[in-house]
Write a protein that binds this ligand. Structure first.
Ligand SMILES: NC(=O)c1ccc[n+]([C@@H]2O[C@H](COP(=O)([O-])OP(=O)(O)OC[C@H]3O[C@@H](n4cnc5c(N)ncnc54)[C@H](OP(=O)(O)O)[C@@H]3O)[C@@H](O)[C@H]2O)c1
Length: 272
């Protein structure tokens, strides 16, 4: 069963596969197997250096037309000419004629957003992407991006898991009619072994990782957990046969007081 979140007429499956750090034949095999299990959302990026293998897995699955394939333009390539060239190179590596979601991976203060979003729009209008969006955008950047983008932006992909309070940016994303996609949704594996998540999981016959993911999808936040293990693909996809109570949701929400950010929000690549 594929359950999706809608944003501006675009449908994003609530569970996807993250592929950061997956490489080579293992990566292609995991992507193909995930799609066989029922995943319909695969997340890659120019920076992950695995678009070739991700594309191979998607094509081998025989289900290309059903899958939302996302790639992200790296922050050093956001000037229009670079962006346009890099998107064509991504498609060549993926060996696909279009991606479904094309995102700005990370903002680059050296390139005016209006120029980048103009180029993203051009890519969409040329048929290279079905929809465009952003990642790692703050409230302020979202306000600016939605104001200057000629085409609607459908999502903001951000770090999101029970140990981090992201309410402000989630609210802002939704105010603009965009979907939230959670990266690191099991806190890079840290959900496993966490007392509250383990205890709640036990009462539902589920793992702490599944509780972490369910907590997000129950709020209509799409999740893209990554695993390098075939057996965990099934575990991370089995999220729709249980429901967390209001009380359990509130208990999990309290974990966000830790404000445990895994990816440095102030991180920026060398812009030169
Ligand atoms: N837009 C951005 O800037 C950005 C930044 C970071 C990530 N992302 C995307 O989001 C995806 C997910 O984030 P992430 O890779 O940082 O972290 P994550 O999905 O939260 O965690 C991945 C880690 O959790 C382990 N794991 C997976 N399933 C598990 C389970 N059921 N029980 C226990 N451990 C489990 C994995 O180990 P095993 O391999 O051993 O299972 C791996 O070490 C990335 O792959 C990438 O596609 C985007």
């Amino acid at each position: 069963m594929t359950v999706s979140v809608e944003a501006k007429g675009f449908s994003i499956p609530l569970v996807g596969l993250g592929t950061w750090a997956l490489r080579g034949r293992d990566c292609a095999r995991l992507v193909e197997q995930a799609i066989r299990i029922g995943y319909r959302h695969i997340d890659t990026a120019q920076m992950y250096d695995n678009e070739r293998e991700v594309g191979e897995g998607v094509r081998k699955s025989g289900k290309r037309s059903e899958v939302v394939v996302t790639t992200k333009v790296q922050p050093t390539l956001l000037a229009p000419h670079d962006l346009e060239r890099s998107v064509k190179e991504s498609l060549a590596r993926l060996r696909l004629d279009h991606v479904d979601l094309l995102l700005i991976h990370w903002p680059n203060p050296r390139v005016p957003l209006s120029e980048t979003l103009g180029a993203m729009t051009k890519m969409k209008q040329a048929g290279y992407a079905r929809a465009i969006g952003v990642s790692n955008f703050t409230v302020q950047l979202l306000n600016e991006a939605t104001r200057v983008s000629p085409e609607p932006l459908v999502c903001n992909q951000i770090e999101c898991h029970p140990f981090l309070d992201q309410r402000k940016v989630i609210d802002a994303t939704r105010t603009h009619g965009m979907a939230v996609i959670a990266y690191s949704p099991i806190a890079r594996g840290n959900a496993k072994g966490e007392g509250v998540l383990e205890r709640i999981g036990k009462t539902h016959g589920k793992s702490a990782a599944q509780v972490s993911l369910r907590y997000l999808v129950q709020q209509e936040i799409a999740v893209i957990p990554r695993t390098s293990r075939l057996q965990r693909l099934e575990e991370n996809f089995a999220l729709f046969d249980f429901t967390l109570s209001e009380f359990e949701m509130a208990q999990i929400r309290e974990l966000s007081l830790r404000n445990d950010r895994l990816v440095d929000w102030t991180w920026s690549p060398k812009w030169d």
